[in-house]
Design a protein around this ligand. Structure first.
Ligand SMILES: O=C(O)CCC(=O)C(=O)O
Length: 245
């Protein structure tokens, strides 16, 4: 069923037939390609976190410490079979839509999306597990789960999710492709961290990471993590949010 929805890009504007957008484009986000990919050939720029946090790479130890306190990436959160169940459940509906490339002012380029309240058996239990992992028990959650399908050529520009519609936590399940999520401080664009989001991982952004950093998913040609190329294919994310208090 098509719905009238509201897109939030600084101000309200009404666009028909769109999922509610939870994003505010960060107007002053320049292309940070030079800064953040500097040294990508040799992989020596920025700070790395080893061991438990080897999925994180950033501009300084201080930034990594802030991000580490407010971000989790759980590798292999779902099995290959569970990923296949999501695809089976989501693909028929998604394939009826076209990827959108032509909204120059939007936070996302090359995407189609939907929202889902009800899930079939396997997916329902994964969504329940996701929520139990990412959100405090009993807190108010946004009912519909947001499903975002990025074309291989698609990407998500730097933005901070709307504080009006979303609470302190954003959690996303990554299907079909590895990707790199970049967080950049709203106050100082020299402070950044990149997260390696492997296929079938779950990421959780909380509090400072959610409010004080923009987040973005890099386009294929800019998709490097710590000097390593991370090819970006078609990617589906299944995103749960809580409500503002
Ligand atoms: O696709 C993703 O994992 C990120 C989605 C995102 O940036 C958002 O919904 O705010």
């Amino acid at each position: 069923m098509l719905r009238v929805s509201v897109r939030v890009l600084g101000e309200f504007c009404v666009k028909p037939h769109r999922v509610v957008s939870y994003k505010c484009v960060c107007e002053r986000s320049p292309s940070r390609r030079e800064t953040h990919n500097k040294g990508r050939e040799d992989g020596v720029d920025g700070e790395h976190v080893d061991g438990e946090h080897s999925w994180m790479h950033g501009s300084s130890a201080e930034v990594l410490s802030t991000v580490r306190a407010n971000v989790q990436v759980l590798q292999n959160f779902i099995s290959e079979e569970e990923e296949a169940s999501f695809l089976k459940e989501l693909d028929p509906g998604l394939k009826r839509k076209r990827y959108e490339f032509d909204h120059w002012d939007d936070a996302i380029h090359g995407f189609r999306e939907t929202e889902r309240l009800q899930w079939g058996g396997v997916c329902a239990s994964v969504v329940e597990r996701l929520r139990a992992t990412a959100f405090p028990e009993g807190g108010p959650l946004l009912g519909p789960v947001h499903v975002l399908d990025l074309d291989k050529a698609g990407f998500i520009k730097p933005h901070v999710d709307s504080v009006k519609f979303c609470g302190s936590t954003i959690s996303g399940l990554c299907l079909l492709s590895d990707s790199v999520m970049r967080l950049v401080s709203v106050e100082n664009s020299a402070d950044w961290a990149c997260l390696l989001l492997q296929r079938r991982s779950l990421y959780i952004l909380r509090d400072e990471a959610r409010f004080k950093f923009t987040h973005e998913i890099l386009k294929d040609e800019e998709s490097f993590f710590s000097g390593h190329r991370i090819p970006r294919h078609r990617r589906i994310s299944v995103i749960c949010r809580n409500l503002p208090l």
